[in-house]
Write a new protein. Structure first.
Length: 150
């Protein structure tokens, strides 16, 4: 086993690369992950192990993310809380009549970026590039590729 130091944003991205990308609102899978590729059973075992570890970190960070959104965001029409970089004003017909920068966006972005820049060690099986030569994929697993040893 080896330890790799990654930023929380990288761990979150690695978790998505392993498990695939899901739409936050619908839960629908919008992109396959490494575990959906044709891999050997041994590779899947170690990727599943790494995926569990990255998911644990993501699950720890999610409430903090929601806290920052709640701090700077506003209640949406469906009762949720969200934040966007632009505030749109609409007329009675629902047509956008003006767009202004959200003054809370920069505060949110800084606090969230500071959180996601924190580093953690992730312990995992050492992955060799040669172990993945048979994988033919349209996806680019950029963060996972940094874990591969030549």
């Amino acid at each position: 086993m080896v330890k790799t130091k990654l930023k929380l944003i990288e761990i979150s991205g690695l978790s998505e690369e392993i498990h695939g990308l899901q739409d936050r609102q619908t839960g629908e899978k919008v992109q396959n992950g490494l575990l959906d590729e044709k891999l050997s059973l041994v590779q899947k075992y170690w990727l599943t192990d790494l995926g569990k570890k990255t998911k644990e970190v993501v699950d720890e960070v999610e409430p903090l993310r929601n806290e920052v959104i709640s701090k700077y965001g506003t209640t949406t029409p469906d009762g949720g809380i969200g934040i966007s970089a632009i505030i749109e004003e609409k007329n009675e017909e629902g047509v956008v009549v003006s767009r202004t920068p959200n003054p809370n966006w920069d505060l949110f972005n800084k606090e969230y970026s500071d959180l996601m820049a924190q580093e953690r060690d992730i312990e995992h099986q050492e992955f060799a590039l040669n172990d993945f030569t048979d994988v033919k994929s349209e996806n680019r697993y950029a963060i996972f590729q940094t874990l591969l040893k030549p």
